[in-house]
Design a protein around this ligand. Structure first.
Ligand code: 5GP
Ligand code: MN
Length: 343
């Protein structure tokens, strides 16, 4: 038996909304990852399976290694198909907001959602949700939003409602958000849920290969370059940094998703507790990814130095300026957090 973590009140509200409403949009954060994709697609499958009109609308494109997910080919992408996305949002009675804690995490799409009278239901595992939602299912203790979507679907309709496609989507998000169950996954319930998903016929090894053994040669060479030439370890601070400029990314023909997970790599170096990856996604715009182990709160660094936030051990942000400026910020953060990093 799973421990109940979602309140009965929230489940009752969702049950009432799902029963009453006909038209749903399911959305997630900008730069969708495996959990954003898996959770939105699983919920969309479920809503359609009970006869509802449902569409997944995402702020921007998802990486190619997730394109095999069932229904991924029907996802509407806001930054390339604004009109259809705006129409879907305008037609929705309810918008499910998955895997983010504030509307600003959806970029330009936020305006469209704010302008819609639809009920907004949050299902998420990031700390500190904003007050922009009508119903809140916010559980930082969950390994992924996919775990919460599993709980919502099965609380509403039982495990019989869960089909093979939903199970594939849910497993994918649980797997990617935990680094294939290497972190954020010590709770027994994670494995009880996986057992249910296996019962639905998923092949977890096949999913692993689809996601992690599906790289281009250029991506492998980019990682080699990053490890060989760009990784800096700051032993005095138990910290590490990788930077990739826009021209370096171009040189290796980097495409969306090619640097996903790179920030975790330096944590394998003995003694490193904090890792930062600065990626110049456009000239003058730096995307920041931070990871830490144990109690070091990289989300505090993200909020204070990089206009961002996230989880205690996985967070991010962004910065407008040069790579040199971003590196300076990183060094300032190391100085400020020296005690916490070295204690
Ligand atoms: P990633 O490094 O994979 O892009 O992001 C890791 C985590 O950091 C995400 O799951 C999200 O929680 C958080 N995150 C990334 N970018 C931002 C940002 O710009 N703002 C906030 N608040 N959180 C972010
Ligand atoms: Mn997530």
């Amino acid at each position: 038996m799973l421990e109940n973590i979602i309140s009965q009140k929230s489940l009752d509200s969702i049950k009432e909304i799902v029963g009453r409403c006909k038209n749903f949009v399911v959305t997630a954060h900008k730069n969708p990852d495996g959990d954003a994709m898996g959770s939105t697609l699983a919920l969309c499958h479920y809503l359609r399976s009970i006869g509802k009109e449902a569409n997944v609308v995402l702020p921007n494109a998802f990486p190619a290694f997730l394109s095999w997910l069932p229904l991924a080919d029907e996802v509407l992408v806001y930054d390339t198909d604004k009109e259809r996305c705006d129409n879907a949002i305008a037609a929705a009675d309810t918008i499910f907001c998955l895997d983010f804690n504030a509307l600003s995490r959806t970029g330009d799409m936020a305006q469209s959602m704010v302008g819609s009278p639809a009920t907004r239901v949050l299902i998420d595992h990031h700390p500190q949700p904003s007050d922009e939602f009508d119903v809140l299912v916010s559980h930082p203790e969950a390994c992924s939003t996919c775990e919460l979507v599993f709980r919502v679907i099965t609380a509403l309709s039982g495990t019989v409602a869960l089909n093979f496609e939903m199970a594939q989507c849910i497993y994918t998000g649980m797997m990617t958000d935990t680094g294939a169950f290497a972190y954020a996954s010590t709770r027994k319930d994670v494995y009880l849920i996986i057992a249910e998903l296996l019962d639905k016929g998923i092949d977890k090894d096949w999913i692993y290969r689809k996601v992690f053994y599906n790289f281009s040669v250029t991506r492998m060479r980019l990682w080699g370059f990053a490890m060989y030439d760009k990784l800096k370890v700051y032993n005095k601070y138990n910290a590490a940094l990788i930077t990739l400029s826009h021209s370096e990314l171009m040189r290796f023909y980097a495409s969306k998703g090619d640097t996903e997970g790179l920030v975790n790599q330096p944590l394998q170096v003995k003694g490193v507790r904090f890792s930062c990856f600065l990626r110049e996604e456009q000239p003058g715009k730096i995307n920041v990814s931070l990871r830490s182990v144990d109690d070091f709160p990289c989300n505090a660094v993200a909020a204070e130095f990089f206009n961002g936030g996230g989880h205690k051990n996985a967070s991010g942000g962004e910065l407008y300026g040069t790579m040199e400026m971003a590196v300076e910020r990183f060094k300032k953060a190391l100085q400020k957090y020296k005690v916490e990093l070295t204690e």
